[in-house]
Design a protein around this ligand. Structure first.
Ligand SMILES: Cc1cc2nc3c(=O)[nH]c(=O)nc-3n(C[C@H](O)[C@H](O)[C@H](O)COP(=O)(O)OP(=O)(O)OC[C@H]3O[C@@H](n4cnc5c(N)ncnc54)[C@H](O)[C@@H]3O)c2cc1C
Length: 473
């Protein structure tokens, strides 16, 4: 952490001065960038990769999990706008039970980028946070590193959307990471795509086995919807094939710990895999762990590709399209904010006056091995809870907010609210809160949560006005 005087003493050149700086252009950050641009204040998104979308596009995490009650989505606002744009372009479709978050990650990159530019916001890719500049308990900007060397960006407000809370941690905000009992983080996944697959033949084969999701034509897409999985001992119909493949040396026993496959809207002939899973050395803030995950992941992917070609009808001529350039990190730092969301809040369907997003996705914690996995813990049917604004307001540092999976939540609660539509909603709320705080000349901590909630409602969020005692969807 540096003071402005230290920045001067170290001759770190200034690069930019902005009103709202979004750090990390991922699931939450891209939406924060769009919302920040729409405030009319000068805004900038910096991102270590050369595109937006983060885990959605770089870690190839498709589709968006459902966050809806009786088929009605709980998230609106920019999340809804993005999905509508993709739907119109046939680059997204309806996943199970009316969930519209079944998308083509490549088209999501383009859509997010266009929306940031249209909003009047600015982008700087290939740029990593190196340090933070803090004075008098308030963040003043960040030091960045990129091909041009070191420089710093002065900012009136900073939103940490790095997924790992990199900015907040460097600014001294307390945080937790991993399961409080073991300290272990949820497993990583290194996802991949397979091309040249005859999806109709594969779908017919999987249907003949039973227990899989196959819809010949998913609404809004020309691609058949296929979803299946295999986990040892869980009754999946692919288990005998996996047993045979292990016996014949094509797969290893550990490859059957978690195997899952989907099709993607807008990508005929392709499959997206939610595996391999990496369960050891899974600290998402440790570059050695991330490197090891990529290396091991690519080795395991070779086995999965061989398995598909040899045993799955329709995959005989398949080839590896790509392995994810970004390791899929489910959970790392969870910053400590003004409020820590708990499992009781989630499962008790708790509402908050400063609620900025609604969620009913279950608590979904992946464990190193499947026999340790409790499965999904659902909210009572037909209910949802809210995420309060205070979960985005870190302790101890002014003019800084966080959004995304690194929000202030317990390990269990994070295992529920980390899904993509919530991360988007948090990104939008954080940027709108920054806009309000600049309008009023106050710190984001002082922004009235109920005013923020109403402002989000005015912008299309599916929240109910606080005056209603019993919010309805
Ligand atoms: C394997 C896996 C499967 C999942 N399955 C689903 C699913 O099916 N459906 C669903 O809805 N959710 C799923 N999730 C959860 C969800 O995808 C993530 O929780 C969510 O996308 C995280 O969003 P985020 O904005 O917090 O982080 P990210 O989307 O990861 O964004 C962080 C961004 O910050 C950038 N960044 C990081 N550090 C720096 C830095 N220091 N400087 C500059 N840039 C930086 C990154 O490059 C990235 O673009 C899954 C997650 C994983 C890992």
């Amino acid at each position: 952490m540096l003071t402005p005087d230290q920045v001067t003493a170290q001759a770190i050149p200034p690069l930019e001065s902005v009103d709202i700086l979004v750090v990390g252009g991922g699931t939450a950050g891209a939406v924060a960038g769009i919302a920040a641009g729409r405030t009319g204040y000068r805004s900038l998104v910096i991102e270590q990769l050369g595109f937006l979308g983060g885990t959605q596009t770089g870690a190839l995490v498709t589709p968006m999990m459902p966050n809806q009650v009786e088929g009605r989505p709980l998230n609106g606002g920019i999340d809804w706008e993005i999905n509508q744009r993709l739907n119109r372009a046939m680059e997204s479709g309806v996943w199970k039970d009316g969930n519209r978050g079944w998308f083509n990650p490549e088209m999501l990159k383009v859509t997010l980028e266009q929306m940031v530019i249209e909003s009047g916001g600015h982008l700087l890719y290939y740029t990593l946070v190196e340090d933070v500049v803090v004075e008098g308990g308030a963040i003043q900007g960040i030091v960045i590193a990129n091909k041009a060397g070191r420089s710093w960006i002065r900012a009136q407000r900073v939103i940490d959307c790095t997924g790992d809370g990199d900015v907040a941690a460097r600014a001294g905000v307390p945080f937790a990471s991993g399961d409080p009992e073991t300290g272990i983080n949820q497993p990583f996944s290194v996802r991949f795509h397979l091309g040249n697959v005859d999806l109709d033949r594969l779908a017919a084969y999987l249907q003949s086995l039973g227990r899989c999701d196959v819809m010949p034509t998913a609404e809004g897409s020309a691609v058949p919807l296929i979803h299946t999985a295999m986990v040892w001992g869980r009754g999946w119909t692919l288990e005998p094939l996996f047993r045979q493949a292990v016996a014949e040396g094509v797969l290893q026993e550990s490859d059957g710990e978690y195997f899952q496959v989907f099709t993607m809207a807008g990508r005929p002939g392709e499959l997206a895999f939610n595996c391999p899973r990496i369960s050891e050395q899974v600290d998402g803030t440790n570059p050695w762990h991330l490197t090891q995950a990529q290396v091991r992941g690519r080795q395991i992917i070779q086995r999965y590709v061989a398995f598909c070609r040899r045993y799955l009808p329709g995959c005989e001529g398949a080839y590896l399209v790509l392995s994810a350039p970004l390791v899929g990190v489910r959970e790392s730092r969870r910053i400590q904010g003004e409020y820590v969301l708990t499992a009781e809040d989630v499962l008790g369907a708790r509402k908050f006056p400063d609620g900025i997003a609604c969620n009913n996705y279950p608590i979904d914690i992946h464990r190193p091995t499947q026999d340790q996995r409790p499965g999904l813990t659902h909210l009572p049917p037909g209910t949802y809870h809210e995420i309060p604004y205070r979960c985005l307001v870190p302790l101890g540092v002014e003019h800084l907010l966080v959004a995304g999976r690194c929000l202030s939540a317990s390990f269990e609660a994070q295992g529920s609210v980390r899904v993509q539509s919530n991360c988007r909603a948090m990104g939008e709320a954080a940027a709108v809160a920054c806009g309000l705080s600049l309008d009023l000349g106050i710190s984001p901590r002082q922004v009235n949560g109920m005013t923020l909630r109403q402002t989000l409602i005015d912008r299309g969020a599916r929240l109910t006005p606080v005056s209603q005692p019993e919010p309805v969807v």
